[in-house]
Design a protein around this ligand. Structure first.
Ligand SMILES: C[S@@+](CC[C@H](N)C(=O)[O-])C[C@H]1O[C@@H](n2cnc3c(N)ncnc32)[C@H](O)[C@@H]1O
Length: 251
């Protein structure tokens, strides 16, 4: 594996901002689909203003938080449960954004913020861990100012696969997969609260291919996950993908 091979695998025309980042840094802590491609796909439909307060909910290794601060000049609260905020603080300092990114350990159901504090909440590859519960969106949008945005990328399905799963899905299936829902499900789940207006509920165009390409790139440095890569290859975009959601808190 050459550095050039990894760089080539992680360079994509439709993600120009992410493609400019050091490939070794990007693959240093893989946790789900490519975090920067995911957040860049979200930002293709979402607008944030310089200086805005943004919560990165379930930020993992805070790569998305660093990216948001550097690319969009927002102030980010990088909140995560499993990843030590001290490790994230080191990454944040190394990236030169310690004035704009604030790491903390936080449980998504016990967020230590004032209501109305954020202009936006962004969540990449994490919201499905806690956000399928009916009351959660009401809880978390309390932390948004009126008109504030909630933007989410999660693994999901094009449609409900029904009870007869294709073999490649059946052999990988665990209860977690029940949280891989389709855009129409998420739209209804959010809209029925009457608390937010849903502007976007779709699949990231070719998100499944991005996800596969990312796993194959991670494999080049021994950090891939072949069972997921095999599942995505066999599915070929028929069911699996990345769900993109954007909503605004109503006044
Ligand atoms: C698959 S990782 C994605 C991390 C990161 N956003 C990325 O894209 O690389 C999911 C993250 O969700 C976080 N998470 C899961 N349940 C959570 C909860 N109840 N409260 C806060 N974070 C949670 C985990 O700590 C983990 O870092």
């Amino acid at each position: 594996m050459t550095a050039a091979g990894l760089r080539e695998a992680l360079t994509q025309e439709r993600y120009p901002r992410s493609s400019a980042y050091d490939a070794d840094w990007v693959v240093s802590a893989p946790m789900g689909p490519h975090p920067l491609w995911s957040v860049e796909a979200l930002m293709q439909v979402m607008r944030v203003e310089p200086g805005m307060r943004v919560l990165d909910l379930g930020c993992g290794a805070a790569l998305t938080s660093i990216f948001l601060a550097r690319e969009y000049d927002v102030r980010v609260w990088a909140a995560d449960l499993w990843i030590d905020p001290t490790d994230n603080w080191q990454r944040i300092q190394d990236a030169g954004v310690s004035d704009r990114v604030h790491p903390l350990r936080a449980e998504a159901h016990e967020l230590p913020f004032a209501h109305g504090f954020f202009g936006a909440i962004v969540s990449v590859g994490a919201y499905h861990y806690f956000g399928t519960e009916a009351r959660y969106v009401a809880y978390c949008t309390d932390f948004l100012r009126p008109g504030g945005q909630l933007g989410v990328i999660v693994p999901g399905m094009r449609r409900d696969p029904g009870p007869e799963l294709p073999q490649y899905l059946a052999e990988r299936w665990t209860p977690d997969f029940f949280t891989w829902l389709d855009p129409a499900w998420w739209r209804r789940h959010w809209e029925r609260t009457g608390l937010i207006t849903v502007d976007v509920a779709d699949l990231v165009p070719d998100g499944w291919a991005d996800w596969l390409r990312w796993l194959e790139a991670c494999e080049l440095v021994g950090k891939g996950f072949e069972p997921d890569a095999k599942m995505l290859r066999e599915d070929g975009g028929e069911l699996l993908g990345l769900v993109r959601l954007l909503a605004r808190r109503t006044a």
